[in-house]
Design a protein around this ligand. Structure first.
Ligand SMILES: Nc1ncnc2c1ncn2[C@@H]1O[C@H](COP(=O)(O)OP(=O)(O)OP(=O)(O)O)[C@@H](O)[C@H]1O
Length: 261
């Protein structure tokens, strides 16, 4: 009995330490523009990592490499232990059911209601056919983001913050194990930004999702991050908790916080 308990504890610990995304010394250039210079980052199961950096530093390129939308010139990206660069089209499709990404513009089809936008990934990606299950999933996810009342609305009838929440619901509905957020609060007022950041945190706590969050928004970083990585001129210059980096002795590191807080 004691051994069984010990094993369970060890298994839990092993799961917690499991690296779900392993970015191993990747570099990426576009012509003469060397965007990523030997970047490495490990995301553990259940962890929220925030990447902070100024505009045009290659943060979005990094997350596109994780889902195979871009292939690095050098280095390897592994997701759940599998090399993304080696995946064929079917494997990439499968990968993208486990890795949800929310890009800056959100991801809604303008010609569909909120309900139809959410039904789409369930029937097309997960191939669900049971209408009762589909309806339940849609209602649950909308309830989670506080948008149940907007179920029959068109995206054009939603505010920016509501559209962002609907986009988040659309990504979350397939229950991805990993979430990649590219500037999730950009263009939102401070109250809505805080709501979105809290939803990201809730998603982590409720579903044990592992996430990479790219942001310029210091409050979003403070709310969501277990660990912060600072990206400057194509490399990572510092890594630590939000407070550690905010109070860093390195003036360059501190400048990322001073500019916006
Ligand atoms: N597909 C592409 N083809 C050519 N250049 C690209 C491509 N994608 C990104 N770049 C270039 O890579 C650089 C980094 O872009 P990226 O979008 O990753 O920046 P970022 O750090 O996410 O900045 P922002 O916060 O402004 O989105 C930019 O100079 C951009 O022009």
């Amino acid at each position: 009995m004691e051994t069984a308990t010990k094993h369970t504890k060890e298994n839990k610990q092993a799961l917690k330490n499991e690296v779900v995304v392993d970015i191993d010394h990747i570099s990426k250039s576009f012509g003469n523009n060397e965007v990523l210079k030997d970047i490495s980052l490990k995301l553990k199961r259940g962890e929220n990592v925030v990447i902070l950096g100024k505009s045009g530093q290659g943060k979005s390129v990094t997350i596109q490499c994780i889902v195979g939308l871009l292939i690095p010139d050098k280095g390897i990206v592994k997701v759940f232990g599998d090399d993304v660069g080696e995946m064929d089209a079917d494997e990439l499709k499968e990968l993208r059911t486990k890795v949800g990404f929310l890009f800056q513009g959100g991801a809604l089809y303008d010609s569909m209601t909120v309900r139809d936008n959410l039904e789409f990934p369930l029937t097309r990606v997960l191939k669900l056919t049971d209408q009762a299950e589909i309806d339940k999933r849609i209602e649950d996810v909308l309830d989670g983001v506080g948008l149940l009342d907007a179920i029959d609305k068109m995206p054009s009838d939603l505010s920016g913050g509501m559209r962002k929440r609907a986009g988040l619901a659309r990504t979350m509905i397939v229950r991805p194990e990993i979430m990649l957020y590219d500037e999730p609060t950009t263009g939102l007022d401070p109250i809505t930004s805080r709501e979105i950041s809290e939803l990201i945190l809730e998603m982590q706590k409720k579903h044990k999702t592992s996430s990479i969050i790219i942001t310029h928004d210091m409050e979003c970083a403070k709310i969501t991050a277990d660990r912060v990585v600072i990206m400057n001129e194509g490399t990572y210059i510092a890594e630590g908790s939000f407070d550690e980096l905010k109070n860093s002795e390195d003036t360059l590191v501190r400048s990322f916080f001073n500019e916006t807080t």
